[in-house]
Write a protein that binds this ligand. Structure first.
Ligand SMILES: [Zn+2]
Ligand SMILES: [Zn+2]
Length: 230
């Protein structure tokens, strides 16, 4: 769950394709009724890949994986709102890859079906995750190493992921906005501290892939984000 509907990307099929400075391939596309940005990262040589936030539409995600002939090595989550983990069980069953989430998300993770019901969406229970995420944990993807940045505030265990000049920020930072802090476990002072101390300290030209809506850059948000300034 992220921003108000008026702030969501207008193009439901929007896709973002890029390469990190060192050549890791990155593809993001919106899934589900809340249009969560799901991201696939991969090493073009080995075809090893990481899946981030499979929020819904497992079939669509599987099509992308098969089209690119990728082997998913891990399924990682920025946080455990149902719109980011709704297809995690299906994707684990399909890829046999381990699920990773920060332990601060346990309550949300264990109550994914209840979360979905509140929005009238049926979501499958996932069962236990495989491995904890924590601050600075490295997630290998072929010859690349993505780094976890613990950025609590939107939820108690929200994390972001960084490689070179690319940041996947989940619902922590949006273009011209930030994640809601009025939902379970959210806290404004905490998200503000996460953004100022852990995201605004990255290079200004770092591209930010947001949990919903269009991407942005660290420098742009530092200068003009009305909720948290640099
Ligand atoms: Zn969300
Ligand atoms: Zn959320």
């Amino acid at each position: 769950m992220g921003i108000d509907s008026k702030n969501r990307a207008s193009d439901a099929t929007a896709m973002f394709e890029s390469q990190s400075a060192s050549g890791c391939q990155i593809r993001s596309f919106a899934v589900g009724p809340l249009q969560c940005n799901c991201t696939i990262l991969w090493d073009q040589q080995s075809r090893d890949a990481i899946l981030v936030d499979p929020g819904d539409e497992a079939e669509k995600i599987i099509r992308e994986i098969e089209k690119e002939k990728l082997r998913i090595r891990a399924i990682i989550h920025t946080h455990a709102h149902f719109d980011h983990i709704g297809a995690s069980a299906k994707m684990r069953d399909h890829t046999k890859a381990p699920l990773l989430v920060h332990p601060g998300e346990k309550w949300l993770w264990d109550n994914v079906a209840t979360q979905g019901r509140m929005f009238g969406i049926s979501t499958r229970e996932i069962g236990p995750w495989s491995e904890d995420l924590d601050h600075e944990k490295i997630i290998p993807c072929g010859s690349y190493s993505w780094k976890t940045i613990f950025t609590p505030g939107h939820t108690p265990g929200s994390c972001s992921f960084l490689l070179d000049n690319i940041l996947i920020a989940g619902d922590t930072l949006f273009q011209n906005s930030i994640g809601r802090t009025d939902l379970w476990g959210g806290d404004f002072d905490t998200i503000k501290k996460s953004i100022q101390q852990r995201l605004y300290t990255l290079d200004d030209d770092t591209i930010v892939i947001c949990g919903h809506g269009p991407n942005t850059a660290v420098g742009i948000e530092k200068r003009s984000n009305p909720f948290v300034t640099g």
